[in-house]
Write a protein that binds this ligand. Structure first.
Ligand code: WT7
Length: 635
């Protein structure tokens, strides 16, 4: 009696009911039937909402890579595990079978061991979207090292702070990366980062672009010769269910990024089960997620979820606009992609191009199309449905977070009827709650509030690396006993959820979460700046773009504003990354503040959006005059 693959709405409701009425029994059945364990658990769930502490499959022992690789060798040795599509459309795609992936992961695992890496050590992976990235992730998991993948678009400062926070002893990078027509000198970014990270003993370098780079004696080694000599089998480290599998950083509304810690067993079970159902993956299908493995989407739904199911997963190195805006659609035709998963920002950018970029390709292989990362607007949803899904393919609008590890609210394709802009129903085992500002749960339908999850699920992050108090404060203190997501949502008459967006100081730009504080800190580092505040404003392609209000120091008031703008964006690019650069910068003599000194961001948001009419209650403002000035000088 397998509930692993849900086939009808009635079955969804039935399985959902079981999963919430007896979660331990439900998750035990799924885990026992579909995965390989060295030892089963003593207890399915331990949950203390006060500490807060959660343990799933407590006492079980396993290695996730045996479930991703070894167990598939019997039936799938020659089946494609990864199809690598390079940046350059004229370079051949590379197919890596399960048999080959097994050998490459094991050889890499042996290299890591030979470099002194062992269970519990942290390894930073700073690589472009090339097969070595997936192999490195799995090689860490093979030996129980904790991977910390840092998106290779982050600046050296952002990289350095992540390496230092996790105290990584080894970094894996490449000489450079291709991004459309550009190449980026990754190794140089690592070199700068490591000037301030003394704990890193070893850097392994993949040769990708062939540029001349500096290799630091005694620290840096080329990977290829080490791999060539390494044995192709490596005994997996047998892990406890709750041993950390990886750390992945996400921006918070304040201060430094949060290293979310995910653990072995629960993450494995939940990502596999969601992948199977939410993409309706069937044997022989080719699945493609366009995210970068530097984000949680890539961890869960390029690497782990697909491989756990013995699927074929496409990895694309390039960008949607190179060599032209037809690149995604060309890849779908070329590899006969069946499931396609991307972000609203990509959909909006592609929808603006001439439709012939789409129509020149055969998209008839598609069965399911998905979206993730931010709310999808109705126009983009319809374009995606009509021109990509050709009205045949259900759209799965999947809501989840780095912290949740796997998809939480989503349709199940061919099962859940979809409505544009609604993520629809909670996935099996997930119990959402909407809360009002006073902390009361809003029961029933047609309500809108703050989105919480009121019961643990297997793939939830267990802590913030090195700062459990911050984990508690951020996620479990606003509404005691519940996980608070930071998002607002509404529930309609049918019980469907629509995510309305962040209710905290996180702004999502082109699908990237940006905390306001690190960006403001970067601006304030400019010698001419006294203080600053940034807000998001609606942008056709990016969803939101950034608008900065900058107050200059008295003696800087006659500086050239264009030079200042360039310098400010330069500082932001260096400390956070180019993605966080401001689209608009307005210089001001002050910021609207309450008597307690808090910036009233809602006023700034309205000005940035060009909506100057009604500012609501401004009676608590200390300096109401500044609002008039800000309105006059809006850019
Ligand atoms: C935030 C999490 C999880 C993968 C990528 C982002 C927003 C995500 C949706 C969606 C509306 C969405 C939320 C969430 N978000 N998916 N389908 N509809 N909003 O992971 O970087 O941790 O960001 O992305 O605001 O809190 P992340």
């Amino acid at each position: 009696m397998s509930q692993y693959s849900i086939k009808s709405l009635a079955e969804y409701f039935d399985v959902y009911r079981k999963s919430v009425s007896d979660p331990e029994r439900f998750w035990a059945e799924i885990a026992e039937e579909h995965f390989e364990w060295h030892r089963l658990w003593d207890r399915v769930l331990y949950w203390d909402p006060v500490k807060p502490e959660v343990r799933w499959y407590d006492g079980a022992r396993l290695n996730i890579t045996e479930n991703c690789l070894d167990r598939h060798l019997r039936r799938r040795k020659d089946q494609a595990a990864i199809i690598f599509e390079p940046n350059d459309p004229d370079s051949p795609a590379v197919t890596i079978t399960y048999g080959e992936l097994y050998e490459r992961v094991n050889a890499f695992a042996n290299v890591l061991k030979s470099q002194g890496v062992g269970k519990g050590d942290r390894v930073c992976i700073y690589l472009p979207m090339i097969p070595e990235l997936a192999v490195a992730v799995l090689a860490c998991a093979r030996i129980g090292a904790i991977h910390s993948v840092v998106f290779a678009g982050f600046s050296s400062q952002a990289l350095a702070s992540r390496i230092a926070d996790a105290d990584c002893k080894l970094v894996i990078t490449a000489d450079g990366s291709y991004r459309g027509a550009k190449t980026i000198d990754l190794k140089r970014i690592v070199d700068v980062a490591l000037e301030s990270c003394r704990g890193v003993e070893r850097v392994l370098v993949v040769k990708r672009v062939g540029t001349e780079i500096e290799m630091k004696q005694g620290r840096d080694l080329w990977l290829a010769p080490l791999l060539a000599e390494a044995p192709k089998t490596c005994e997996p480290e047998v892990m406890d269910a709750e041993d950390p599998l990886f750390i992945l950083y996400t921006s918070g509304s304040t201060g430094k990024p949060k290293g979310m810690v995910h653990t072995c067993a629960g993450y494995m079970v939940y990502t596999a089960y969601t992948f199977k159902n939410i993409f309706a993956y069937r044997d022989g299908d080719v699945y493609w997620c366009t995210a970068d493995i530097g984000w949680i989407t890539g961890h869960s739904y390029i690497v782990y979820g697909p491989l756990l199911n013995g699927a074929t997963t496409v990895m694309f190195e390039g960008v949607p606009s190179y060599p032209d805006y037809g690149r995604f659609w060309q890849i779908i035709e070329k590899h006969r992609v069946n499931q396609f998963y991307t972000a609203p920002t990509a959909i909006r950018a592609l929808a603006r191009q001439d439709l012939s970029y789409v129509t020149r390709y055969d998209l008839s292989s598609l069965k399911v199309i998905g979206t993730v990362g931010e709310p999808i607007n109705e126009e983009a949803w319809h374009w995606y449905n009509e021109h990509i899904g050709q009205k045949r393919c259900p759209i799965v609008d999947t809501w989840w977070q780095t912290e949740t590890g796997g998809i939480m609210i989503s349709p199940i394709p061919y099962v859940t009827p979809t409505i544009p802009t609604f993520a629809t129903l909670p996935f099996i085992g997930i119990r959402p709650a909407l809360m009002d500002a006073e902390g009361r749960e809003l029961e029933g339908h047609q309500v809108e509030g703050r989105l919480c999850i009121k019961f643990p699920w297997p793939s939830m992050a267990r802590t913030i690396w090195g700062d459990h108090q911050r984990y508690k404060d951020t996620y479990f203190s606003t509404f005691p006993g519940m996980y608070f997501t930071g998002d607002g949502a509404l529930r309609d008459a049918a019980g469907y959820y629509r995510i309305t967006g962040r209710v905290d100081d996180v702004i999502i730009v082109s699908g990237h979460n940006l905390g306001t504080a690190p960006i403001e800190n970067a601006i304030n580092a400019h010698p001419a700046v006294a203080e600053s505040a940034i807000v998001g404003f609606p942008h056709d392609v990016k969803g939101n773009a950034l608008y900065g209000f900058v107050v200059l120091k008295g003696d800087a008031s006659d500086a050239d504003p264009d030079v200042l703008r360039r310098e400010i964006n330069g500082l932001i690019a260096d400390s956070v990354g180019p993605i966080a650069k401001l689209d608009k910068i307005q210089f001001a003599t002050g910021l609207p503040k309450t008597r307690s000194g808090k910036i009233m961001r809602r006023i700034l948001r309205k000005i940035a959006a060009g909506d100057m009419d009604d500012f609501g209650d401004v009676s608590t403002l200390l300096n109401p005059d500044v609002v008039e000035e800000l309105k006059q000088n809006a850019v």
